[in-house]
Design a protein around this ligand. Structure first.
Ligand code: ADP
Ligand code: MG
Length: 573
């Protein structure tokens, strides 16, 4: 009797919100509708930031970038059926990148299951391929512990995507608050260290190596190992090479960075210290012809199953990179061992770094003719960008050439198409980065360098940027197509010749499309740029404006990439 009087009822939506708050979730991205609108309202009520996006895919990209940047997962909230299916692309991308994210999907009512309910779909099963954990709480009371498990699974071990399914009837159902057991906040992953014997072996192997190389991957960035990795590289005098998103863990202009001699470094290294990078396509599988068949790999990874993929490691160091590198440092500090700087290996790498390609690129960059080429565009961008900005990049040549010409000096300041080679991630990533940055004392600029095709995949997210007044700068490097395009005149001629669907090259997009006007339509700044001078003055105006987003539509020669046209890899040549 007494209990009934004091009973306080709580809805499923409120339980979800309080459970997420208890797990220190700070951001939720999503698109509301039946049956999750109450969830979004409830999370705002407990002080979690809700960011409404325009497509669930981009919402999931944004949530996963917050996870990578902060080490704590954000949530992506989606409606049933198609909403959840749109988010699968984002989950797959996060899982492939080893980035934490928690997706919460509304689903059709339990009592209509298998009856052909509105947007009915086997969501828990569908998410399994794209995640580490996928489940539906069996009752309202079970919600907090399932959410805790999803958050924990997303950050413990190898980070990844997790899914929690909530049926529509559960969102609005009520239960006595006293019956809901709160789940305590899951702490950061427990410390994991490599076996001391393996550490000793690794140190001995490095000391006897003739041509050592450190490869820094995005696992090192995620692990926040920048201070330790820098000390290791500098104390021991080792050459290092970043992977695309490993860029910035150590500055790209560090004297020991041998990125400009990448092929030679990979091919001739006899001992490779692999810090949080998989030997997948990005690193040519660690195999000949790109690697020395005798190479000894000292592999550091948090995921035991990863150790030995494609190449059997000479030493396997299982543990968190930051901690394992500290273990290595402990040994090297004792006897102050240092790889000599006057070796054949250093000479050979330095010679390669000063060789032809550099000079060729510089010559291309110096062109002042119109239409511009990629190198000219990136040359001017690189000169104007602040050194601490976060660079988001996607597209084929735009990302490839931009990666070598736009330097990163800080860790976790480069976000790109990643392990999965996903196009369309850029705007979601930029929104996430801008939000995370806006909460920091030294807020840094987010610059999104996009191909025109890449921009199109999630282009409507410019409305999201304008709505939340995020001062993102989008630079669309516009070559009228995918890999390449045609000029307006050729396009008109093609149109006169016949049916465009049968004769237009499949790579083409509308020549000189006004992406800048898309941004202007929502109140951001748009610039249409053809010359180096226009590029410089427009970019400077954008950098001075912290009130709203802007877009530079930079027209380049649609045939600028001809020589690479047959290289379909969006990455490394
Ligand atoms: P890249 O794209 O830079 O080559 P990958 O995504 O292929 O990097 O590899 C990152 C690796 O880092 C994954 O194998 C992942 O298991 C590992 N990793 C992630 N976080 C940590 C961590 N804290 N400590 C050690 N390894 C980690
Ligand atoms: Mg293009």
């Amino acid at each position: 009797e007494v209990e009934a009087v004091n009973m306080e009822e709580i809805t499923g939506a409120q339980i979800i919100a309080e459970a997420l708050k208890a797990q220190n979730v700070e951001y939720m991205f999503g698109i509301v509708g039946v049956p999750v609108i109450e969830v979004a309202m409830a999370v705002q009520g407990v002080g979690i930031k809700y960011v409404g996006m325009r497509n669930e895919q981009a919402a999931c990209y944004a949530a996963s970038a917050v996870g990578y940047l902060t080490g704590r997962p954000a949530v992506c909230l989606v409606v049933s059926g198609p909403g959840l299916i749109h988010a699968l692309g984002g989950m797959a991308n996060a899982n492939m990148n080893c980035w934490p994210v928690v997706v919460i999907g509304g689903s059709s009512d339990q009592n209509q299951e298998t009856m052909g309910a509105f947007q009915e779909f086997p969501q828990v099963e569908a998410c399994r391929l794209y995640s580490k954990f996928s489940a539906r709480p069996s009752s309202l009371e079970a919600i907090p512990s399932v959410i805790e498990k999803a958050v924990r699974s997303s950050i413990y071990g190898r980070p990844g995507a997790c899914y929690v399914d909530v049926s529509g009837d559960m969102v609005t159902a009520r239960v006595d608050r006293a019956r809901v057991r709160a789940a305590p906040c899951c702490p950061p992953p427990p410390v994991s260290l490599a076996h001391p014997k393996a550490v000793t072996e690794a140190v001995a192997m490095l000391k006897t190596s003739k041509q050592p190389l450190v490869i820094v991957g995005k696992g090192a960035a995620y692990s926040r190992a920048e201070d330790e990795v820098q000390e290791l590289v500098e104390l021991c005098g080792l050459p290092f090479l970043p992977t695309p998103m490993g860029k910035g863990v150590l500055p790209d202009d560090h004297p020991q960075c041998v990125a400009a001699a990448r092929s030679r470094a990979l091919l001739q290294a006899d001992v490779v210290v692999l810090l949080g990078a998989r030997l997948n396509w990005i690193l040519h599988f660690g195999l000949p012809p790109r690697f020395n068949p005798q190479v000894k790999v000292i592999q550091v990874d948090i995921c035991a199953e990863e150790l030995g993929n494609n190449v059997k490691p000479a030493v396997a160091l299982l543990g968190d990179i930051r901690n394992v590198v500290s273990q290595l440092l402990g040994c090297f500090r004792k006897d102050a061992w240092r790889y000599q700087s006057d070796t054949m290996w250093w000479r050979s790498l330095k010679e390669k770094m000063n060789a032809n390609e550099r000079i060729e690129n510089d010559a291309l960059a110096a062109h002042s003719s119109v239409p511009m080429n990629y190198y000219t565009v990136f040359h001017h961008i690189a000169e104007l960008l602040p050194h601490d900005c976060i660079i988001v990049s996607e597209g084929a040549n735009t990302m490839d050439i931009g990666r070598t010409m736009l330097y990163n000096r800080l860790p976790r300041h480069r976000l790109d198409a990643g392990t999965f080679g996903t196009m369309g991630v850029g705007l979601g990533f930029a929104i996430a980065a801008a939000l995370v940055e806006s909460g920091r004392k030294t807020c840094q600029r987010v610059v999104c360098v996009e191909g025109d095709s890449a921009f199109g995949f999630s282009g409507m997210e410019v409305e999201t940027m304008c709505r939340y007044k995020l001062p993102v700068i989008i630079i669309v490097v516009n070559n009228n197509g995918i890999y390449s395009g045609v000029d307006p005149h050729t396009w008109d001629e093609l149109g006169k010749m016949g049916d465009l669907t049968t004769i237009a090259p499949p790579v083409t997009l509308l020549p000189e499309a006004r992406y800048d006007q898309v941004m202007a339509a929502f109140g951001g700044q748009g610039f249409f740029v053809r010359t180096p001078q226009e590029l410089r003055s427009a970019l400077q105006l954008c950098l001075d404006d912290w009130e709203r987003p802007s877009l530079l539509n930079v027209l380049i020669d649609p045939a600028s990439d001809r020589k690479q046209q047959l290289c379909l890899s969006p990455y490394l040549s």
